[in-house]
Structure formats: C-alpha cells, structure tokens
Design a protein around this ligand. Structure first.
Ligand code: TXD
Length: 297
C-alpha cells in the first residue's frame, strides 16, 4: 500500500518531483496545478513510464484541490520562478498570495499531512505555510539547505576535493546571506570562500544560462531526498528550513539548520557548535528573513 503525496504546482520542480517519486515507486502522487490540463497531461506522461521502471505507484493530475484529500505529505512548489535579474525577494509579494491560498487548501483537505515547502523566498514562505495551516511546526519543513549543501559539496568535489558530505553544510537563509559551514580539515581558506561564493550564486548562474525558468534537477532531487527520509523514517540529519524555538538563540522563525527527519517530520533540531563568525552570519541571516516576514504579515 503506497502513501499518498500531493504535489502542488506542476511546473519544473513539481513535475520533476512527481517523476522521481513514481520512478522510485515511493508513493502515489496527486499533481495539482491551476493551469487547465497541465497537471493532467504531465501526470499521464509520467504514468506511462511505470512499466519501464517497474513501478506500481499511481499518479493523477488535476486542477481540483479536493483530489488531494487524505494526502500524507504535501509538497508546495506553486508560485513564480525567478527571472534573470530578479532576486528571490522580488518574488515575495506574488508568491505569498499564492502560498496563502494554497495553504488554506492544504489545511482543508490534508489536515494531518506533513508539508514540504519549496516556493521562494523559501524561509519566509515556510513560516507563512505554518501560520496559515496552523500545523505543528515540526510538520512544516522548508527545502533549501539540502540543495545548497549539495551544491557546496559538489563545488568542492569538482575541484578534486574528496569531501565527506557531512563535513560541509549551508545553514541560514536560502538567499544572499546563507551561512557556509566547514568542518573538514583539508579545505583551504581560499577554496572555502571560492566555493561558498559559487554556491551562493549558483541559482542565479543557472537562471542566467537558462534564460527562462530556474533550476529544477537538483531542487527536485533534494525534495526527493527529504521525502525518502520521511517515508522510510530514516532519521537522517540534513539541513532544512525549520522552526526555531530558542535553538541557535533564535525563536519564531524558519531558517536553515541541521535537523533529523523521520516519519513525524522534524524529529529534532541539531545544534552544532558555531564559531563567532558563523554565529554573526547566522544572526544576520535571521535578521533578513525577519524583515521578509514583516512584509507578509
Ligand atoms: O531551493 C529551493 N527552495 C528552490 C525554490 C529551488 C528551485 C525553485 N524554487 C522555487 O520554487 C521557485 O522560485 C518557485 O517559487 C517555485 C517553483 O519553481 P518551478 O521552477 O517549478 O516554477 P514553475 O515551473 O514556474 O512552476 C510553478 C507552477 C506553475 O505551473 C504554476 O501554474 C503553478 O506553479 N501555480 C499554481 N499551482 C497551484 N495553485 C496555485 N495557486 C498556483 N499558482 C501558480
């Protein structure tokens, strides 16, 4: 018996998440979008892959939010993607209206679900989803740190560094003030700042090349990584945007921190020892997220 995942937004990230879930036979999927026919067409196409990958998971596409009823997990990707030259924060106004609307539907049809938020600006939207649904904050989780940490690790590996994924992380906001953390001894100061900078700008670099749309292969793989940890109760530690209640000296905010993910959502926020410099950077990141939050309340 498969669990049921609702993916809201059948654009680049949403459709790719659905495709990865079906390919892996991980769960049934309901793909929802307001554009007539879009979710349905993509779902039919993804469904036809099943014999090729030996998957028995079902997928439907719909414009009707009611079809999400009873979903165990909801992934929110609805919103606008960044255009060239557009900052993540430019998206704030437009995406908060969409996110509010979508969150009310989640509250109505999937009241006991775990929600993974993808829509940018990520940390502010995660906060908005938690507030609008009124869900336990442990069950509303933002996806960004998994992606940014993967980008960071990859940037180092491309430069021939044999890096253990657990030794480098991206904490803080999914934005210009993300906080790179290095706990590996074989990364020079210079390489660390070069790869941190590259990671910080990776999203914009991809947007520039694409011309239209933004990254979705690694973002969808990051969502899949989180879904798997939740569904299989892996209790794996990864960076996610989570609700802080005093940890890292912050409260009433969503921000990127290492957390243990399992079947009930965020099992525990992991508090690692930060250097003075990292603490300051984290504080600045929190300040910036709070500024975003004040704009939407
Ligand atoms: O690390 C991260 N968190 C991110 C975030 C990585 C990649 C993308 N990131 C953000 O996710 C991006 O800035 C956007 O805000 C979302 C979705 O990105 P995607 O690349 O998938 O955008 P698309 O292709 O434009 O798809 C968005 C879809 C599109 O089909 C719209 O019709 C739909 O969202 N949409 C809606 N669906 C349902 N309900 C409502 N109200 C709605 N409004 C728009």
């Amino acid at each position: 018996m498969h669990l049921k995942i609702a993916v809201i937004g059948a654009g680049n990230v949403g459709a790719m998440v659905a495709s990865r879930v079906i390919d892996a036979d991980l769960a049934d999927v309901v793909l929802v979008d307001i554009v007539p026919g879009m979710a349905k067409g993509k779902a039919l196409d993804i469904s036809d892959v099943r014999p090729l990958v030996n998957s028995s998971a079902n997928i439907i596409g719909t414009e009707n939010f009611e079809d999400m009823k009873g979903s165990d997990i909801v992934v929110i990707t609805a919103g606008l993607a960044r255009k060239p030259g557009m900052s993540r924060d430019d998206l704030l106004k437009k995406n908060s209206a969409i996110t509010k609307e979508v969150s009310s539907q989640v509250k109505k049809y999937c009241p006991s679900s775990i929600v993974i938020v993808v829509t940018n600006p990520l940390d502010v939207m995660s906060y908005l989803v938690m507030k609008t649904t009124g869900f336990d904050p442990k069950k509303v989780i933002g996806m960004a740190g998994v992606l940014d940490s993967a980008r960071f690790t990859n940037a180092l590996r491309v430069r021939n560094q044999n890096i253990d994924q657990d030794n480098v992380l991206m904490m803080g906001s999914h934005g210009d003030t993300m906080v790179p953390i290095n706990r590996s001894e074989n990364i020079s100061e210079e390489l660390f700042s070069e790869t941190s900078e590259l990671t910080r700008n990776r999203g914009a670099e991809i947007v520039r090349h694409l011309g239209t749309g933004s990254a979705y292969f690694a973002p969808s793989a990051s969502v899949f990584f989180m879904l798997k940890a939740i569904i299989k109760n892996e209790k794996k530690t990864m960076c996610v945007s989570a609700y802080l209640e005093g940890q890292y000296s912050e409260k009433d905010i969503y921000i990127g921190v290492p957390a243990i993910l399992g079947v009930s959502g965020v099992d525990k926020i992991v508090e690692i020892e930060l250097t003075e410099k990292e603490k300051q950077a984290f504080k600045e990141s929190a300040r910036q997220i709070r500024e975003g939050i004040t704009h939407i309340l």
